[in-house]
Write a protein that binds this ligand. Structure first.
Ligand code: DLL
Length: 449
């Protein structure tokens, strides 16, 4: 069944496909399956979740109006506000008695989002995590080091059960204490590292400081996700840790990790369309955009029992690619996210994503991959300051050379962003490091962010 022509560079083997029946399904057959599952889900939420019934009624639609997949666009969106209004359990589609696990998402403001899983939901989640981890090259021979925090966050548990399902040996390390992480990696011969890409970089920095050669470790692959990161950061991590770095995507409201993941072609993350229907919309008008356009990802769960989201607005900006993938999987690929529509900075009327800044900084020799953005107002004018660490070689004593370097970086940023930014060079290791998701933006115009 495995038609994959590619070779895992880390193991020199042809990678497996965990569930070829579903991952390599023809589009027609997949759409039939989606239609059946979608119809059943709409019926169930209309019957069991008062919020969905009220929203569908207000829109003048019922599950009976679904005659084709394109009819999904007739149904209303769901967003964080619906979850907030129905906090904590109001959106559950089964009685609490049937819920066996509760997680919650790290909200930036207000109450967190509460999500639940039935026993069957947990099985699905485990299978999907096994799918994307297998796609990244993880096998039963791996020692999977999980450096996500265990707790309400879905990251650690999601990948933990996926790795066990594959038959790998799992180290439930949790987050923090970087020196201990490194010691365990050395002593237990960890081969797969699971964390945020920014924490992988923190580990690489610390190893460098401690004089530990990554080649002396057994690490070969990284499974990184939970925050936006660029191809430039991927290359940096790969070079510094000597691994293949893969991306995986998910969100608590929809499942946690296991919504989408990269295969070793690393040209986008396959969305598991037999469980989630993706759409791309214009975030301002809500209009559905044609395939290939950049916009906000909207996801509909079609197999979840406890907490099925219908047309959930993820706020993540990406594009979908339906072209065949060399790995043999047929499921659509989503591009690395550019950021979130609500993380998008509007500087003097120009839309700027932090990842655009990261791309520029990473290409400049001398800039370290640690930066922070501070936005403020001077009078009525927005001012964006990019604080970036520079390596010791470049932290010139000579003012003139330092000024020339700052001018150079400012010019590069202005041409990439279409708006000016002030650059402030800061000393190595002076920007705060994060063990989980990095927080790179300080917006002084809006103190709640
Ligand atoms: O971050 C789930 C997860 C855990 C995914 C571990 C992957 C690995 P939340 O805390 O609810 O859930 O945050 C979800 O994180 O809407 C995106 O904005 C962002 N995000 C998650 N994965 C990626 C990724 C988990 N690979 C929010 N690239 C999402 C970019 C990501 N952003």
């Amino acid at each position: 069944m495995n038609k994959s022509p590619i070779i895992d560079p880390a193991t020199d083997r042809t990678p497996r496909i965990w569930d070829p029946v579903h991952e390599c399904m023809g589009r027609e057959e997949l759409e039939l399956l989606q239609m059946t599952r979608l119809h059943a889900t709409l019926e169930r939420v209309y019957r069991n979740v008062p919020c969905y019934r009220a929203k569908f009624d207000a829109f003048g639609v019922t599950p009976g109006d679904l005659h084709a997949l394109s009819d999904l666009a007739k149904f209303p969106f769901t967003d964080k506000e619906d979850l907030r209004l129905n906090y904590p359990y109001g959106m559950f589609a089964v009685p609490l008695r049937e819920v066996v696990r509760i997680h919650s998402s790290s909200g930036t403001t207000g109450k967190p989002t509460v999500v639940g899983y039935t026993r069957s939901d947990l099985q699905t989640w485990t299978e999907l995590a096994a799918r994307f981890m297998t796609a990244a090259g993880v096998t039963e021979d791996d020692i999977v080091h999980i450096a996500f925090g265990y707790g309400l966050f879905t990251g650690a548990f999601g990948l933990h059960y996926g790795a066990e399902r594959i038959g790998a040996s799992v180290i439930p390390m949790s987050s923090g204490n970087t020196d201990k992480q490194i010691m365990i990696m050395q002593d237990y011969r960890s081969s797969a590292l699971v964390c945020t890409p920014s924490y992988a970089l923190t580990i690489a920095d610390r190893m460098e400081k401690l004089g530990i050669d990554p080649a002396s470790l057994n690490l070969r692959v990284g499974l990184f996700g939970a925050e936006p990161w660029t191809q430039e950061l991927r290359r940096e991590i790969e070079t510094r840790l000597g691994i293949v770095a893969t991306d995986n995507y998910g969100l608590s409201e929809v499942m946690g990790p296991g919504v989408a993941g990269e295969c070793l072609c690393r040209c986008g993350m396959h969305i598991f369309e037999d469980h989630f229907i993706p759409e791309i919309i214009d975030p301002d008008s809500g209009r559905t955009l044609p395939p290939g356009e950049v916009g906000e990802l909207v996801l509909t769960c079609i197999t979840k029992e406890a907490f099925p989201m219908i047309r959930y607005r993820t706020r993540d900006i990406t594009r979908l690619d339906y072209a065949p993938c060399a790995c043999g999987r047929t499921q659509v690929r989503m591009a690395k996210t550019m950021g979130r529509s609500d993380d998008m900075l509007i500087i003097k009327g120009v839309n700027v994503f932090p990842t655009q800044i990261e791309e520029v900084l990473f290409r400049i020799e001398g800039c370290e991959p640690h930066y922070q953005l501070v936005i403020d107002k001077v009078g009525a004018m927005d001012v964006l300051e990019v604080q970036v660490e520079v390596n010791e070689r470049i932290f010139f004593d000579e003012m003139k050379r330092q000024r020339a370097f700052v001018d150079f970086v400012e010019k590069k940023l202005a041409s990439a962003l279409g708006v000016g930014a002030r650059v402030k060079l800061v000393e190595p290791s002076s920007i705060k490091r994060h063990e989980g998701k990095a927080q790179r933006v300080i917006d002084k115009r809006n103190p709640s962010i």
